[in-house]
Design a protein around this ligand. Sequence first.
Ligand code: NAP
Length: 311
Amino acid sequence: MTINILFAAKANRWPQYEAPLTKALNAAGVSGFNLSTDIAPQDVDYIVLAPNGPVQDFAPYTRCKAVLNLWAGVEDVVSNPTLTQPLARMVDHGLTQGMVEWVTAHVLRHHLGIDAHINGQDGVWRVDTPPLAEDRPVTILGLGALGTACARALVSLGFDVTGWSRSPKDVPGVRCLNGDAGLRAALESAQILVLLLPKTPETEDLVNAQRLAQLPKGAFIVNPGRGPLIDDSALLEALDSGHIAHATLDVFRVEPLPPDHPYWAHPSVTVTPHAASDTREGTAAQVIAENIRRSQAGEPLLHLVDRDLGY
Ligand code: NAP
């Protein structure tokens, strides 16, 4: 029987994904599949989903065995009341490596004070030796696929890395904390704070005025996680007062960030356009294909989302 795989993303994604998905499905040994952007809902076995794509109502997909998300973040899908099928999120080498590169670059930028020289080409010979990485405490909130990979990369550069997660973790070289008491300790030491938490009801506004105050004066914030992790008004106040030296923000409550948003003009904010890391079709296709192979073989899916936790 044909395995019908619906590709449900914005139209410009199909030419990018058609060949890699076909190749990966063949390589995974999935036979007799029909991969298309147009399949009658009642005939669909798997949905390859971008949450901003055409499928928003999952109820008609009565035969669907799994929804395979192309993105790491699932906040726009997980609470969809019509979704009853298992949901897997994207954990992909390309996405992870891209995030490691972006986070490492922005941590090093703030650590080394690179801005002072980029903005200071004015004939003044500034000599200001930064501390070594081993003397720079960096905290990562979120020790999942991305947070752990970034923590490992920063440890390999010599940084003094603390990570914080919901459940206890053990990552070599990383001080791993969890729970409320752990969060306070993680914040109090963080000269550079990296946010790699998912957006859930528990994490929304986690970085509020009280928690910003727990960071050391002059701390830097790097947020490639999700915009709602931060209380924007509290952050702007902390930036204006100088308590926070700089915020590098890749994600926002409203995207694209509206042109009149105060972040754009703030001298201590760097806005990047949700570009920290994108799913890469070559490697992501292999993850999707492997999950379809697993499902067909009756094996458990990789990267299943916990509907109660929301990530
Ligand atoms: P993940 O593997 O699901 O990891 C999430 C981490 O957050 C886990 O360590 C989890 O703790 C922790 N966490 C969740 N809720 C928590 C809570 N209430 N308190 C403490 N810790 C909590 O996710 P991921 O693949 O690393 O991705 C993280 C996020 O990055 C995504 O959700 C997405 O929002 C964002 N992202 C952004 C971009 C971009 O381009 N800007 C690209 C990809 C992803 P446990 O380990 O204990 O479960």
